[in-house]
Design a protein around this ligand. Structure first.
Ligand code: 13P
Length: 253
């Protein structure tokens, strides 16, 4: 059995209102209770993070930011620093999410700086990688995710990788489309990514790093995806927005 603890994360993106967000966080908290066989985290919009982190304090459910700035402070209108996320109770931060890369044009160099700064401030980054449909059809998946992970982790040492970094494989074509990667497709890319980690660091570090799958994860496909040996958890968008579709994901076995 893998020593990697399963991790189920809900990325709420730019959804929910204050009240529904808080209600959802509370039902996740109550459902997880004292269960410690799984890690669970929610990623609310920034403006709700403070209130939700307070509501989750003392529970086993953690919170995180959906993004952060690559600068510490200063004249960066509209940005949020890693220290601010820590200040309002965040444990994690998503970095290089597909929508940041493809809608807002974030590149690997910026992503790498964010990962480094997040670690320096004590956050646990979740580095997201994934290929577009075009790239997959051109058989460039491995090249694309390999570069994303190597550049995203530039300057991160093996100890930080093992202790605090999570990788999320989210094929762009599977996000919000209802078309998830098959367990075989996910398994191939996860195995490839773990091999890249072994090359960048070493086998032991690669074996300990968690790699999540994201892209149209739902209660009816979570079991098959989680059964893939290299899939250590799921990063969930749409299905994380309601207790009835998120809570069943915690019982994927
Ligand atoms: P969906 O689960 O809605 O496809 O979104 C996946 C995602 O982008 C999670 O970060």
């Amino acid at each position: 059995m893998s020593a990697r603890k399963p991790f189920v994360a809900g990325n709420w993106k730019m959804n929910l209102e204050r009240k529904t967000a808080l209600g959802l966080a509370l039902s996740v908290r109550d459902s997880v209770g004292r269960r410690d066989d799984i890690d669970v985290a929610v990623f609310p919009p920034y403006v709700y993070l403070d209130e939700i982190s307070r509501a989750l304090a003392g529970s086993l459910v953690k919170s995180g930011g959906q993004n952060c700035c690559d600068e510490t402070s200063g004249a960066f209108t509209g940005e949020i620093s890693p220290a601010m996320l820590v200040d309002v109770g965040a444990t994690y931060v998503l970095i290089g999410h597909s929508e940041r890369r493809h809608v807002y044009g974030e590149g690997d160099e910026l992503v790498g700086r964010k990962v480094k700064l997040a670690l320096e401030h004590g956050l646990s980054p979740i580095l997201c990688v994934g290929e577009t449909l075009e790239q997959r059809q051109a058989k460039r998946t491995e090249q694309v995710v390999g570069e994303q992970i190597a550049r995203g982790l530039a300057g991160v040492d093996g100890r930080a990788l093992q202790a605090r970094v999570t990788v999320a494989y989210e094929p762009v074509w599977a996000i919000g489309t209802g078309l998830n990667a098959t367990p075989a497709q996910a398994g191939e890319v996860h195995a490839y990514l773990r091999g890249v980690l072994a090359g960048l660091y070493n086998e032991a570090a690669a074996e300990r790093a968690r790699i999540l799958y994201g892209g149209s994860v739902k209660p009816d496909n979570v079991r098959a995806l989680m059964a893939v040996p290299g899939v250590d958890g799921v990063l969930v968008g749409g299905a994380s927005l309601k207790p009835e579709s998120f809570l069943p994901l915690l019982d994927y076995r």
